[in-house]
Design a protein around this ligand. Structure first.
Ligand SMILES: Nc1ncnc2c1ncn2[C@@H]1O[C@H](COP(=O)(O)OP(=O)(O)O)[C@@H](O)[C@H]1O
Ligand SMILES: [Mg+2]
Length: 231
């Protein structure tokens, strides 16, 4: 059976990378095999593109160039890591995916959304995340957290107005696809955010088990961490 695709989204500093650990621990408890990865990046070539696109530089980077670089990295990542992993029966947990391109290049940089959609169709036509956890917080708080990490990349150097647009674009996508997204208030203390993330993964896994042809007695939404996914 194919694995499931879980993505974490949100602006800089909301806690995505921190919450990858929560998703890992939850999938381990559910006995679901998984691989964790990130975007841009996730394979050697895609990580090289990441370094190019994130490095602060003097030269202007047109939104169109940023868009194409993001999708170039994604095309490599999807073909060489995400699809083979899902096909092997493992879940994929990804720190950012195409929602980030809609939010950053679309919302943030004003790239027309149909252009993002056209590249999305080329890059991963049939593939969409099964669960997207959107961590939401105002830029003022999130960027303050991100700054504590030290050196800033090309995006972290952006204005609050830019991140307000990115955040709004994320929330718009979440509202349009409520079945895929779980929006979590990332201003809460870490323990509470982690509990909400774990609950989102447990609930999604229960739905997936119930939908699986070989699943054990129909799940009623109750947690069944002992149920193993057929390979
Ligand atoms: N709920 C929280 N409350 C307070 N600090 C947090 C919380 N979640 C994450 N942090 C801290 O904020 C910083 C940014 O988190 P990180 O996971 O790197 O964000 P992201 O990957 O979304 O940019 C880190 O120092 C992290 O420890
Ligand atoms: Mg991060």
């Amino acid at each position: 059976m194919r694995g499931r695709f879980i993505t974490l989204e949100g602006i800089e500093g909301v806690g995505k990378t921190t919450q990858v650990a929560t998703v890992r621990a939850t999938l381990e408890a559910l006995q679901r095999p998984f691989v964790t990865t990130r975007e841009p990046g996730g394979t050697p070539l895609a990580e090289d593109i990441r370094a190019l696109v994130l490095a602060p530089r003097e030269e202007a980077v047109p939104g169109s160039a940023e868009l194409l670089l993001m999708f170039a990295a994604r095309a490599v990542h999807v073909a060489n890591l995400i699809l083979p992993t899902l096909a092997s029966g493992k879940d994929v947990v990804c720190d950012r995916f195409t929602d980030a391109t809609y939010a950053y290049q679309g919302g943030g940089r004003h790239v027309p959304l149909p252009q993002v959609a056209a590249l999305e169709a080329i890059t991963h036509g049939g593939l969409q995340p099964d669960l997207t956890v959107l961590l939401d917080a105002a830029p003022a708080l999130a960027l303050q957290r991100a700054k504590r990490r030290g050196a800033t990349d090309r995006f972290e150097a952006e204005t609050v107005a830019f991140f307000d647009r990115v955040r709004a674009a994320y929330l718009e996508r979440a509202a349009a696809e409520p079945a895929r997204f779980v929006v979590i208030d990332a201003t809460q203390p870490l323990a509470e955010v982690s509990a909400a993330v774990a609950a989102a993964v447990v609930a999604a896994a229960a739905r997936w088990n119930a939908a699986a042809p070989a699943a054990t007695p129909a799940s009623t939404g109750a947690v069944a961490p002992e149920v193993e996914q057929p390979a």
